[in-house]
Design a protein around this ligand. Sequence first.
Ligand code: GLN
Length: 213
Amino acid sequence: MIGVLDLQGDVVEHIDHLERLGITAVRVKEPSDFEHLAGLIIPGGESTCLFRLLNIFGIREIILREFQRGLKLWGTCAGAILLAGKIIGEPPCLSLIDIEVQKNAFGSQLDSFTAEVAVPRVAPKPIPLTFIRAPKITRVGRDVDVLLRQSDYIAAAESHNVLVTVFHPELTPSLVFHRYFALKCGLKPSMDEESSVIDPTWNSRSWTRYARL
Ligand code: GLN
């Protein structure tokens, strides 16, 4: 079972991607929601807001404790900022992976963009990536592997227990990063690598089914 931190940001989009892979996904808001989790996704959103909410609800300490017990973590965009050991110009939040990040490194919201890029360790073909007011990973430590390096920055990296991506796989039709994280958590996705490259049944409004009453 994989949890998605449900304090702020794009939660339902991650849950939708996990369920398409046959992975049980739950929203995580309270300490008791951490029971039986193999992994936790910290979604994109607004890192300053998430930083405050993590402290207000006492979730920061629980993530640190569960990480010591083997919980795997994946941070997308703002989530990657929260997991970083160093945030340029600000104190770190969780500091669980030895990377340095520069917030809003591409400019304003209007400088957001999409691209199609090969990430050989994760997918057999190029995949669509969506960057929204993303940070850049500007340095990684010795125990961190780079999954995607671009001209002057790193966009995806991982250590043994932590995955970080500065883009948003949950906002694209590709399920490969969710599959990769599920495997890292020791879970068995129901879809093979080839079919998870693009899910043709996904569209940008797929997540709205979670709003049905
Ligand atoms: N720029 C945002 C921040 O600093 C992150 C944006 C995102 O998660 N898409 O928190």
